[in-house]
Design a protein around this ligand. Structure first.
Ligand SMILES: CC1(C)CN=C(N2CCN(c3ncnc4sc(C(F)(F)C(F)(F)F)cc34)CC2)S1
Length: 487
């Protein structure tokens, strides 16, 4: 590890965004691995100086300048982190060796036991080592990141961050295939720190993405800390300097090739580019497509978020037909999983799409009578069925139910907006073996199953064959629930 070397120190005091970008560039282009502790402290210090309560008086700073960051501020925190790690774990005997589960648990314990007793864990700006070292507070990502940075500081180059779409853990050992939980997940769940990643039921849950997590290199761990930068000043305002820094750092990582296997980071860059397009760069729509391609190429299309990044973009830009297709593709991913209690985040995502976004679209378009209304397009109806069917299949074989009466009304209301002649153009092809898909949920080979055949009809093929009983399923649930409520 290069550590905090003179070439970076001469750039202090940091007064503007480009000097911060310069330090990241030096670290990423050096022939040593980038120093995670240094970069996390710097990113956290910049974020804190521009967003935290203390000085939220509307900053009238020169564009692209930052409140001055002195060298000693960063150096003291950097030395403090090394002192904490080296003071707690004696590594003299394990020079240039791979790390052990016991050492990883010890590093996780050092971080865990030094955190403030109780604080609001979901607050913003708790992701960096700056937050850990100055406020003794970290969110669940921050704890995992701190463990990896701590192991790097102790000289272990085999310990790396593993990321699903809603959880983080570490991989380590000779071939980097050992796994260990190092942080908590969700609310009210006992943490499993020290244990290897679930082989049991949780293996089929979205939380562990069917064992297709993003396994980070050091540079991808830098991309994770940059993705975790949070420009929000409050619920409505962003500190534009912080957003601008995050965007420039993501482009730096993108150009160096470190986002290629990190779909969510590409999606984050797409979100930033939609708000503030960088002249000369690809459009944000291309980035959302790249994120999808990355997930299909490297993670066997087992990730949901690339499709919801893209669907959200289409929705915000009133491209509703395209949004339906993205959301149906997201649903094609989730149908392979069993819903478990750890999957609340993705449940909320699908709930919002089904019960807020799609009903909103139905409301705004049914007021217009244009001939090319999506209500006249069978492919829109087909994609909506595919979307709902994926959620039904997600529920099937799961210990925890997904659907309830609250889902049925918006669903039936949406489907009934399409005229019978449009619905008639969607053929639901029932493969002979569609029943065999019920329990095994064979992972699909390619990206999306094409729902359209060549004679201009729209068929929901193979896995979607269940769509024909989709409405029966919902209606039976509705009557059951109604019976219950009427009891
Ligand atoms: C389409 C969306 C609703 C918009 N933002 C989404 N994000 C925002 C960024 N985001 C992320 N962006 C980069 N890297 C990571 S690693 C990670 C995590 F594994 F859950 C962790 F580490 F536990 F927090 C989350 C996450 C989570 C997903 S999904």
């Amino acid at each position: 590890m290069a550590g905090f070397i003179d070439r970076d120190k001469v750039l202090f005091p940091l007064k503007n965004i480009s000097s911060v970008v310069e330090i990241f560039k030096n670290q990423l282009e050096s022939n040593h691995e980038p120093d995670l502790a240094l970069l996390s402290i710097i990113a956290g210090a910049v974020e804190n100086s521009l967003t935290c309560r203390s000085n939220v008086s509307i900053q009238v700073v020169e564009p692209k300048t930052l409140p001055i960051l002195e060298l000693h501020t960063i150096e003291d925190l950097y030395n403090k982190f090394h002192a904490i790690m080296k003071g707690a774990i004696d590594v003299s005997k394990s020079e240039n060796k791979v790390c052990t589960r016991e050492t990883i648990k010890k590093v996780s314990d050092v971080v865990w036991n030094s955190l403030t007793r109780s604080y609001y864990k979901d607050r913003a700006h708790l992701q960096s080592l700056y937050s850990y070292l100055t406020g003794r507070k970290l969110d669940c990502f921050g704890v995992a990141f701190a463990v990896v940075a701590g192991c790097q500081a102790l000289g272990f180059s085999d310990v790396h961050l593993a990321l699903s779409e809603d959880h983080a853990w570490v991989v380590f050992g000779e071939s980097g295939t050992e796994t260990a939980e190092v942080t908590w997940h969700g609310k009210g769940n006992e943490d499993k720190r020290g244990q290897e990643i679930g082989k049991g039921v949780s293996a089929r849950s979205w939380l562990y993405v069917n064992n297709k997590p993003v396994i980070c290199t050091r540079a991808m761990e830098v991309a994770a800390l940059v993705s975790a930068i949070n420009p929000s000043l409050n619920a409505t305002l962003d500190a534009c300097e912080v957003a601008c820094l995050q965007q420039e750092l993501l482009w730096l990582l993108y150009d160096l090739g470190h986002l290629a296997k990190y779909p969510m980071a590409i999606g984050n860059l797409g979100d930033l580019e939609e708000i503030a397009p960088t002249p000369g760069r690809v459009p944000c729509s291309a980035l959302f497509q790249e994120a999808i391609l990355s997930a299909r190429t490297y993670y066997n299309n087992q990730h949901v978020y690339p499709y919801t990044y893209q669907g959200g973009y289409f929705y915000r830009n009133k491209m509703y037909k395209e949004a339906f297709e993205s959301w149906a593709n997201a649903s094609d991913v989730i149908r392979l999983y069993n819903y478990s209690r750890d999957d609340e985040e993705i449940y909320k995502e699908f709930l919002e799409i089904a019960n807020e976004l799609i009903p909103h679209i139905m409301k705004v378009i049914s007021s217009g009578f244009s001939a090319n209304s999506i209500l006249k397009k069978p492919e829109c109806f087909a994609n909506l069925l595919r979307f709902y069917d994926g959620i039904c299949q997600w529920e099937q074989g799961s210990a925890t139910p997904v659907l309830h009466i609250g889902w049925a009304k918006p669903l039936v209301n949406t489907i009934s907006k399409f005229d019978a002649d449009v619905r008639a153009q969607v053929n639901i092809v029932c493969e002979s073996d569609c029943s065999s898909l019920d329990d095994r949920k064979l992972p699909r080979s390619n990206g999306n199953t094409s729902c359209f055949n060549n004679n201009n009809n729209y068929c929901l093929s193979q896995d979607h064959a269940k769509s024909h009983n989709l409405i029966d399923q919902i209606e039976s649930k509705v009557t059951k629930d109604e019976e219950v409520t009427n009891l």
